[in-house]
Design a protein around this ligand. Structure first.
Ligand code: PLP
Length: 266
């Protein structure tokens, strides 16, 4: 089989921890080819989002058409979508193609607290959820999408309403054990647990997880297997975080880097 090709539709993070930068590093490390449609440029570091410049919807769609018409796409990963107009245009394009897995990370705020989606954009998320294979909210995003209530019950309702699988990430919860819960549209539940990695450097974990799942699906791995593999990569990258910046820094996508010996150095 040729290299798994993932089209990432997301925003740029100048700090290199999240967004398109995290997506490209993750997909590359896991053996895939990342192509990109950039929806917004953020001026951002580990302590905050200083500015956001949206890319016009027509330019986002031109990037998608350029990739689809030549390189080809085995899976689509959607992160920060930029605007309601872009969300609706991307949804319409996906509705007309419908032939590859779609992972939608419903990005609303950066790890530092900076806003990355306005209320109109969040309202347009339902069109993207309806076309997604998997949606990957963290706990605050789940509450914003599904309202208050018992986490399992509102997740099941969200999955059934939009006909997509939902993976709720437990990293924002408290406690030494992190639980991620997958609920399928039919209501089946699968849980994964691991000990929490104690670090403030968690910037980009959501982007990384979703991209790692997308590249595994693009390679033909089934959904539970893809999630298993993606969680292992995020955990390894958390443990390898280089400790940059005064706030929530990037994780170690290169997992510690290439040893000097492997580069032919003494
Ligand atoms: N997309 C962009 C462009 C971002 O800057 C961020 C966070 O800063 C995210 C997505 C979401 O990041 P995380 O993976 O930490 O949820």
């Amino acid at each position: 089989m040729s290299i798994p090709r993932v089209l990432v539709i997301a925003g740029s993070d100048s700090g290199g921890g999240a967004g398109i930068q995290a997506d490209i590093k993750t997909i590359t490390m896991l053996g895939g080819h990342a192509s990109t449609a950039i929806t917004a440029i953020t001026a951002q570091n580990t302590v905050g989002v200083q500015a956001v410049h949206g890319v016009p919807t027509a330019m986002v769609m031109a990037q998608i058409d350029a990739v689809a018409g030549d390189i080809g796409i085995d899976a689509v990963k959607i992160g920060m979508i930029g605007s309601a107009e872009t969300a609706l245009a991307v949804a319409a394009w996906l509705e007309s193609t419908r032939d590859v897995p779609v992972i939608f990370d419903p990005v609303m705020v950066a790890t530092s607290g900076g806003k990355l989606a306005d209320p109109e954009t969040v309202a347009a998320f339902s069109r993207l959820m309806a076309i997604a294979t998997l949606v990957t909210p963290n706990l605050p995003e789940l509450a914003a999408l599904a309202g208050p209530g018992d986490s399992d019950a509102i997740t099941a309702r969200l999955a059934a309403r939009h006909g997509c699988a939902v993976l709720v990430k437990g990293g924002h919860d408290e406690g030494a054990i992190v639980t991620d819960t997958l609920v399928t549209p039919a209501g089946e539940v699968v849980r994964w647990q691991h000990g929490r990695v104690e670090t403030r450097h968690t910037h980009g974990t959501g982007c990384t997880l979703a991209s790692a799942i997308a590249v595994a699906l693009a390679a033909g791995i089934d959904l539970p297997g893809a999630i298993e593999q993606a969680r292992a990569y995020v955990r390894a990258a958390l443990l390898a975080a280089p400790g940059l910046g005064a706030g929530s820094g990037p994780i170690g996508h290169a997992l510690g880097g290439v040893p000097a010996a492997a580069m032919g150095e003494d």
